[in-house]
Design a protein around this ligand. Structure first.
Ligand SMILES: [Zn+2]
Length: 108
């Protein structure tokens, strides 16, 4: 809980610290923080990968395949900022629950 509060405060200070996105063919060997990798090719993207924003360094795999659940969608807005829907909620480990809205992590 304290960690979340800390991250939230940090988010307030670092206004320009938005998540970037990167299209990749395969899951990269090293995942940088502050980036959401969108894995796929030929215009079809099936998975997103990012580091958990709480700082626990867990990799979060975000499924974009509609037939599999849970499933998320991503949207890249006009300002080239990424939005994920619905929220990401880890049921294990740090149990982080957050939205990514226009590149910004919004804690629930
Ligand atoms: Zn975490």
């Amino acid at each position: 809980m304290l960690k979340r509060l800390f991250n939230w405060l940090l988010g307030l200070i670092k206004h320009d610290d938005l998540y970037k996105y990167k299209f990749v063919d395969d899951v990269p060997e090293s995942i940088s923080s502050g980036k959401i990798y969108i894995v796929g090719n030929k215009g079809y993207h099936w998975q997103g990968v990012m580091l958990c924003p709480c700082g626990c360094k867990e990799h979060l795999y975000i499924n974009f395949i509609e037939e599999q659940h849970p499933c998320w969608t991503y949207k890249i807005g006009g300002e080239k900022k990424i939005t994920l829907h619905p929220s990401l909620w880890r049921k294990t480990g740090c149990k982080s629950h957050f939205f990514v809205k226009k590149g910004k992590v919004v804690w629930v």
